[in-house]
Design a protein around this ligand. Structure first.
Ligand SMILES: Cc1cc2nc3c(=O)[nH]c(=O)nc-3n(C[C@H](O)[C@H](O)[C@H](O)COP(=O)(O)OP(=O)(O)OC[C@H]3O[C@@H](n4cnc5c(N)ncnc54)[C@H](O)[C@@H]3O)c2cc1C
Length: 282
């Protein structure tokens, strides 16, 4: 069992890992995509102390280099579920199950998941993945203007787009069918999407796209009761949630200012308090 598992390796998770390791904790870090998190998509940063002007990817590389220098174990896995069993925190990922005495959630904000279907292979970027479905039929679930643009983009490439959209909408394209219905189930075989079942109809599909806007990435810890109505995690001054030994930091937290500097600072506070908690338990 690990002393501490950290979910997410953006500025908050990286600094939590550095402080946790320097406190002699036995740590595992789980990151589903690219170390550095949001920094990787910021062209220019002008307000991070010590750098007048630096690109996001360069700052991410500097942070990650510091992290790597401490030999902290890290796995490229997505956390799918976080559970509490007899005061042991169990983390289920797409690859395995890990246990820890304490957890730090530093998963930031990202594309909202399709609730109930988080485990499926879903495409969250039509621009990136439309070509994979050339000549095929796909379902797009969306609720915003960007999703409407994605429906049009997809329709130029795929054979047919079923577009599940709440509200009045018409798009003048022969191969876009707008569906106003409730999704009940998505049938898949060995990870391949096969069929979508709605309250009033069923459709055969080859792929599933989702664009429900962005929000806090707390889909894996909803059942713990640590999030507010908007999905953000509430914490005390020690970055601890209402569950002992579970901490949160960075953009995932309900607060007023969402910046790199306070994400990193909260990571340090979370790790130092996780260390105190682990030593108290031992
Ligand atoms: C366009 C833009 C420009 C910005 N410009 C600035 C700026 O100039 N200055 C500034 O201070 N701030 C800026 N920010 C804000 C800053 O990027 C964030 O406050 C900061 O990145 C938050 O860090 P974080 O570690 O909390 O989250 P993130 O950076 O979002 O990192 C979270 C990490 O968790 C991972 N993750 C998520 N879910 C899971 C899961 N289930 N399993 C495993 N890993 C998971 C993600 O892949 C990601 O790597 C900007 C933000 C944006 C969007």
């Amino acid at each position: 069992m690990y002393d501490l598992i950290i979910v997410g390796l953006g500025p908050a998770g990286i600094n939590a890992a550095i402080y946790g390791k320097r406190s002699n904790l036995n740590i595992l870090v789980l990151e589903k995509e690219t170390p550095g998190g949001k920094l990787n998509s910021i062209p220019e940063i002008q307000n991070y102390i010590g750098y007048g002007n630096i690109s996001g990817p360069e700052l991410a590389t500097n942070f990650y280099r510091h992290f790597r220098s401490l030999d902290i174990p890290m796995k490229r896995e997505e956390v799918l579920e976080l559970k509490l069993e007899d005061n042991i925190k169990t983390v289920k990922t797409n690859e395995g199950v890990y246990k820890a005495k304490a957890i730090i959630i530093a998963s930031g904000r990202g594309q909202k998941k399709l609730a109930g279907f988080e485990h499926l292979k879903i495409n969250y970027c039509a621009l990136c993945d439309a070509n994979l479905y050339d000549g095929k039929e796909v379902l797009l679930v969306g609720n915003n203007n960007q999703a409407i643009e994605e429906a049009k983009y997809l329709s130029d490439i795929v054979k047919k787009v079923y577009f599940l959209y709440e509200g009045d909408l018409s798009i003048e394209k022969d191969n876009i069918e707008i569906i106003n219905d409730e999704i009940i189930d998505i049938i898949h075989e060995e990870g391949r999407i096969k069929e979508a079942i709605f309250k009033n109809k069923k459709i055969k599909i080859d792929g599933l796209f989702v664009n429900l806007g962005s929000g806090p990435a707390t889909y894996f810890c909803k059942s713990l009761g640590i999030t507010d109505d908007n999905g953000y995690i509430t914490v005390n001054n020690n970055q601890e949630t209402n569950i002992e030994g579970i901490y949160a930091c960075g953009d995932i937290v309900k607060k007023e200012i969402y910046q790199i500097i306070n994400a990193a600072s909260e990571g340090a506070i979370a790790a130092l308090n996780a260390g105190k908690y682990v030593r108290k338990r031992n």
